[in-house]
Design a protein around this ligand. Structure first.
Ligand code: AMP
Ligand code: TRP
Length: 334
């Protein structure tokens, strides 16, 4: 069985919803951070497909997206020897634990979740799963006794709920769960839309020209960068307020090359925007091209299934033990 590095003692767990595509913004702002964290923590990463179905999904695309996202994470540098990456729905103990937790979660507390209020107000028809979603998230977290849960600020309330649920359960039935802390990830550099550099680059943007997808054709990526919005000054200088377009391109270079802003400004002193964009396009396509190569190798190989099979066994064992312990504490038959 796979062992974590013995020197690493603290653990993290994070779930990502399978949305099908990831952008350069996701890669720089989130995935690269996860890649860095894998050297410091025992880390569990899973595709939160059961959370995804709390809103209607097309089954065929969902099925494809789940596997594709695992392959993308691996292609982006998530190391299967350092992380336990798995698919949430393949481990039935998450839902089992969730039910036991639901029976210990006050309705009123769940009603206060702002994400539920927000999502339910936008849809006329919504389902019970949208309401109980945070309890499933608590189950995901509490099953593994992790120390930290890296999440964006929008998920902080859900982690707090998980802590409350765990504290209450421990008090009522005796020590069962470790109390986790939210680890609020400051989004790395925020990458902006190439057409509208005042707006964050987002997969749901109406204008695709401003968004670089990791699986975009390299020529398309080049074109998107060459036609990125800039300004009329012809000066390569970092000034997000007055020169958001150029500053965004500089940020992309800094994130992908590790160079300093001043270095880039110096290298491009006196040069024009066309030359700079060509340089940026070259950096981005070089990085993305190697991710794509790894992605297509992984998605078409049996290694992916082997990794998932091995990991699901490990996580089922852990979550099953927690489920059995909970049943025992609650007076159910094992
Ligand atoms: P989302 O795609 O909005 O579900 O976000 C998934 C993760 O990627 C979150 O941690 C975001 O903070 C991060 N992220 C999304 N878009 C960007 C962006 N344009 N720049 C930096 N980070 C981003
Ligand atoms: N709800 C999280 C999101 O939408 C995904 C998620 C599910 C998660 N379970 C989790 C994140 C457990 C951290 C820990 O982004």
């Amino acid at each position: 069985m796979k062992e974590f590095d013995q020197k690493i003692t603290k653990s993290i767990l994070t779930g990502v919803q399978p949305s099908g595509v990831i952008t350069l913004g996701n890669y720089i702002g989130a995935i690269k951070q996860m890649v860095r964290m894998q050297d410091e923590f025992k880390s569990y990463i899973f595709i939160a497909d059961m959370h995804a179905i709390t809103i209607p999904q097309d089954p065929a695309s969902l099925h494809k997206n789940i596997r594709s996202l695992v392959a993308l994470y691996l292609a982006c540098g998530i190391d299967p020897n350092k992380n336990i990456i798995f698919i949430q729905s393949e481990n039935e103990y998450h839902a089992n634990i969730s039910w036991l937790l639901e029976c210990n979660t006050p309705f009123g507390e769940l009603s206060r979740m702002t994400q539920f209020k927000d999502k339910s107000s936008k849809n006329v028809n919504f389902y019970a799963g949208l309401f109980t979603y945070p309890v499933l998230m608590a189950a995901d977290i509490l099953a593994y006794d992790v120390d930290y849960v890296p999440v964006g600020i929008d998920q902080k309330q859900h982690v707090e709920l998980a802590r409350n649920i765990a504290e209450r359960f421990n008090k009522k039935y005796g020590e069962t769960f470790k109390i986790p802390d939210a680890y609020i990830t400051k989004s790395g550099t925020k990458i902006m839309d190439l057409v509208n550099p005042d707006k964050k680059m987002s997969k749901s943007s109406a204008n695709q020209k401003g968004v670089i997808y990791i699986l975009d054709d390299l020529k398309v990526i080049q074109k998107k960068i060459m036609s990125a919005t800039t300004d009329s000054e012809c000066l390569i200088k970092y000034d997000p307020e007055n020169k958001p377009g150029i500053s965004n391109l500089i940020n992309i270079c800094v994130a992908l090359t590790g160079k300093k802003v001043e270095e880039i400004e110096r290298d491009f002193a006196g040069k024009n925007y066309g030359e700079f964009k060509k340089y940026v396009a070259n950096i981005v396509t070089t990085e993305i091209s190697s991710i794509q190569k790894r992605y297509y190798d992984i998605i078409n190989s049996s290694t992916l299934d082997k990794i998932l099979d091995e990991n699901i066994k490990i996580t089922r064992e852990i979550a099953k033990n927690k489920f059995m312990l909970m049943k025992e504490k609650m007076g159910l038959y094992k």
